[in-house]
Design a protein around this ligand. Structure first.
Ligand SMILES: *[C@@H]1O[C@H](CO)[C@@H](O)[C@H](O)[C@H]1NC(C)=O
Ligand SMILES: *[C@@H]1O[C@H](CO)[C@@H](O)[C@H](O)[C@H]1NC(C)=O
Ligand SMILES: *[C@@H]1O[C@H](CO)[C@@H](O)[C@H](O)[C@H]1NC(C)=O
Ligand SMILES: *[C@@H]1O[C@H](CO)[C@@H](O)[C@H](O)[C@H]1NC(C)=O
Ligand SMILES: *[C@@H]1O[C@H](CO)[C@@H](O)[C@H](O)[C@H]1NC(C)=O
Ligand SMILES: *[C@@H]1O[C@H](CO)[C@@H](O)[C@H](O)[C@H]1NC(C)=O
Ligand SMILES: *[C@@H]1O[C@H](CO)[C@@H](O)[C@H](O)[C@H]1NC(C)=O
Ligand SMILES: *[C@@H]1O[C@H](CO)[C@@H](O)[C@H](O)[C@H]1NC(C)=O
Ligand SMILES: *[C@@H]1O[C@H](CO)[C@@H](O)[C@H](O)[C@H]1NC(C)=O
Ligand SMILES: *[C@@H]1O[C@H](CO)[C@@H](O)[C@H](O)[C@H]1NC(C)=O
Length: 340
């Protein structure tokens, strides 16, 4: 019993699959899965279509063909009220225009002055010839917002002091006729290059590439990419902030001695090294200058020294993967010795 029920279920599934593939898909459209629009601006739907083999004879590119946009559900017979645009001019509930050349199977369409209530799924249909049909398997999800989405900054690789670096900022341009203008805010001089770019799903973006040479002074400073969308007579703005992470060799390396005053032979003094670096210093090394000779005497950020007779000058070095920094020299002064 259970077995035969399963059989029926499988047959049903198979039959509906057959119908969808060979019976119902009278048209094959190509358009993006999703488009993000901005209230008051336009939305361009990049669209092309093809006619399946079994209808090749009925579709004639030479006869003018009408394009139809249907919202929510592809079945125009069941839901005729869902037609929001027909290029015969009879329905234009949205201010729409097919800008593609339908004879070349280009159904690219622009809807002007969109509002949030337009957010929905849309299906394309061709009409007006011996051949008419809808693609029920492909729709574009249009999402209209009052505010533009933030542009996206991308960095490739490490940002190193002294090495020119390029960053990209990309912002969607749902209405390519009025693309956003991208500007950068950086803590230093820079050059930019802007271009319109077609994405793999045929949507359009504005790409701005900024090039600059970072210094360690720019570490942890913000950079901003601002997208200004013209909407009617005003502008809408969105931005992306990013904190720079500049890697640099040790800077401001400094040695200090404690106690600072002259000490007695046999007592202890501490020498401490400090430095800023990104990534942090991994290796501190201490040197003594005595009688004109420099000798490496210790490693480690602090060096505790047992004072013997000679005193002398000391300095340290900090090192990370980007290089090293050398400190000032400090004098170890011995009580009772000359010059102290
Ligand atoms: C389709 O038409 C649009 C609008 O005229 C145009 O920008 C686009 O390049 C055309 N697409 C193709 C594949 O020709
Ligand atoms: C559309 O394409 C057809 C066929 O390529 C061409 O004859 C016609 O001039 C084009 N129409 C427009 C408005 O470009
Ligand atoms: C755009 O739509 C809004 C609201 O639907 C309307 O008030 C405005 O006049 C329209 N603007 C244009 C240029 O059509
Ligand atoms: C910036 O965009 C260009 C062009 O798409 C690409 O070749 C480059 O790799 C991108 N660079 C970054 C840092 O993402
Ligand atoms: C809109 O932005 C552009 C540049 O992005 C600027 O030239 C123009 O003055 C701005 N318009 C308004 C009304 O703010
Ligand atoms: C830097 O950007 C962060 C967000 O990424 C923000 O919270 C911070 O206030 C900004 N700092 C400055 C100095 O603008
Ligand atoms: C040296 O440093 C050690 C450990 O940091 C500390 O215990 C000691 O008191 C310091 N000595 C002097 C003379 O500053
Ligand atoms: C900044 O860069 C350094 C060196 O490349 C890396 O070690 C560190 O994790 C980075 N910090 C952040 C917050 O990304
Ligand atoms: C630190 O650097 C010094 C001098 O370059 C080297 O002799 C020493 O082996 C290094 N120590 C470590 C732990 O890397
Ligand atoms: C410090 O030096 C004195 C004199 O040379 C010696 O007696 C003492 O053991 C040393 N202390 C240490 C901890 O090395």
């Amino acid at each position: 019993m259970a077995c035969s029920e399963n059989m029926f279920f499988l047959i049903g599934l198979f039959m509906s699959g057959v119908l969808t593939c060979f019976g119902r898909r009278d048209l094959i459209t190509t358009m993006p899965d999703r488009l993000d629009g901005l209230t008051g601006s336009c939305v361009q739907i990049p669209c092309s279509f093809d006619v399946p083999e079994q209808h090749k004879n009925t579709f004639k590119a030479t006869i003018p063909t009408f394009g139809v946009w249907i919202k929510t559900h592809p079945d125009v017979h069941q839901y005729p009220g869902n037609v929001i645009f027909h290029s015969n001019g009879k329905v234009n509930r949205y201010q729409g225009k097919i800008t593609g050349n339908m004879s070349q199977k280009n159904c690219t369409t622009v809807f002007f002055n969109v509002t949030t209530s337009y957010s929905d799924k849309y299906y394309f249909r061709i009409d007006g010839q011996p051949f008419r049909g809808t693609d029920p398997d492909k729709s574009v999800n249009i999402v209209v917002s009052d505010f533009p989405s933030s542009p996206i900054i991308t960095v490739s690789g490490e940002v190193k002091e002294g090495t020119p670096v390029s960053l990209n900022c990309s912002a969607v341009a749902p209405c390519p006729e009025h693309p956003p203008e991208l500007t950068w805010t950086l803590p230093t001089q820079f050059t930019t290059e802007n271009q319109l770019q077609e994405n793999p799903d045929q949507t359009i973006s504005v790409l701005s590439t900024v090039t600059f040479t970072p210094s360690y002074l720019h570490h942890e400073k913000n950079i901003t990419c601002t997208a200004v969308y013209p909407v009617g007579t005003s502008n809408k703005t969105a931005e992306h902030n990013m904190m720079l992470n500049v890697s640099f060799s040790p800077k401001d390396t400094s040695a200090s001695i404690s106690p600072y005053d002259p000490v007695l032979v046999g007592s202890y003094v501490n020498l401490t090294c400090s430095s800023t670096a990104n990534p942090p210093v991994t290796n501190f090394t201490w040197f003594q200058i005595s009688e004109g000779k420099t000798t490496q005497v210790a490693s480690g950020q602090s060096y505790t020294l047992n004072v013997t007779g000679d005193g002398g000058l000391y300095f340290c070095e900090g090192r990370n993967s980007h290089g090293c920094g050398k400190s000032n020299e400090v004098q170890l002064a011995i009580k009772g010795k000359m010059g102290t």
